[in-house]
Design a protein around this ligand. Sequence first.
Ligand code: GDP
Ligand code: IMO
Ligand code: MG
Length: 423
Amino acid sequence: MKVDVLLGLQWGDEGKGKVVDVLTPKYDIITRFQGGPNAGHTLEFNNIKHVLHNIPSGIFHENKLNIIGNGVVLDPITFKKEIDELKKKGFNISKKLMISKKAHLILPTHRILDAASEASKGKTKIGSTLKGIGPTYMDKTGRNGLRVGDILNNFDEKYKALKEKHIKLLEGYNFKYDIAEFEKELQEGIDCLKEFKIIDSEIEINNLLKSGHSVLAEGAQGTLLDIDFGSYPFVTSSNTISAGACIGLGVAPTTIGQVYGIFKAYCTRVGSGPFPTELFDQTGENIREFGHEFGATTGRPRRCGWIDLVALKYAVMINGVTQLIMTKGDVLSQFDVIKACTAYKVGDEIFEQFPYELAQDLEPVYTELPGWKQDLTKLKSEDEFPEELNKYIDFIEQELEVPITIISVGPDREQTIVRDNHK
Ligand code: GDP
Ligand code: IMO
Ligand code: MG
């Protein structure tokens, strides 16, 4: 069987958690392959909202296995908080979740280093979620990191050695911190991790594929935050693209099947960095308000703007997207006119290729489309779509040359319309 991948095509928060939950019944195993608790994946059913940070979004279905892959960075402290939260809500997931021995551990000093690094950057800060993601991946590639497998063998000694290295690094920053308060929590987090099956996930996943099981790999962040192809340096520290699934799970490129690329009908970004179609006016405010555009991890207001088809075309190319998923079209129901960026302009020059850098003086060139001015949130099938929404969908499909096979019209599981006949 194949590994299908679902990943964000913009700057994150496209609705990955919701749609992974919707697609889970079609799969046996749901996995995360990169990122860590910088992710905030929201899903809703039975009028209850859940936000997941470390745990794959397949966790609410029975008889499905969820795996945290080797490419993920895992913080025992936030992991325990997430498990406790789920237990409080009546979900005991200890039998449904397995964790790769090779996933790297986020330590309290990684989080402190993240905060110290951001503070030292002043105006040029990345706008990190301060979850310790950058420093942990730096230790991974710098060959200093600790992995989940290390908690099973002589952990205290290894932890102490790495903590000492971090304390030396922190001397280079003028930054106040207190590790002691985190260390008790770290121990509790590690005890919590030990309640789960810690596995050689690459072997497990390949064996499961061989024996006819299907896998859905759930991306975190989005293509424009990819460490190689995103708006560097305002990116995260992992490969968020489809190729990242091979590295982050230990599966061969030939095992990848469908690549679902998910995008909002408009565009948002949290944190710093360029955003050509960002709106600073009332329209942007309205999108934020109607779309409840506030970060699921940090609560920060998300920056809002029109859809950017230049960036999306690039994302479709890099990921080899085979099917598109559009979310949050319902948020645009208020507008008479909807704009879509189809090119960029600098001075008199117009170009359609995603550039090396999204320079400050770059202006979006828009195509205007009529709005649908109709509530979409109760629609059940595409036969009920207003004509203007169909036009918007057709326009995007033509520009991106990939079919949109799922349309999400609200945060709930039920508010999902599948267009299988468009495959
Ligand atoms: P993720 O990080 O990609 O999983 O996305 P987030 O959970 O961070 O942000 C997406 C937000 O939009 C969440 O609050 C979802 O509940 C919500 N959402 C998802 N799909 C839709 C949709 O089609 N319409 C509306 N109105 N909200 C949606
Ligand atoms: P999900 O999976 C949106 C952004 C941060 C910051 C940059 C680097 O919910 O889509 P980091 O903490 O990774 O060092 O931050 O990346 N960022 C996200 N933005 N959604 C996310 O995840 C994000 N994870 C990180 O805001 O600009
Ligand atoms: Mg999110």
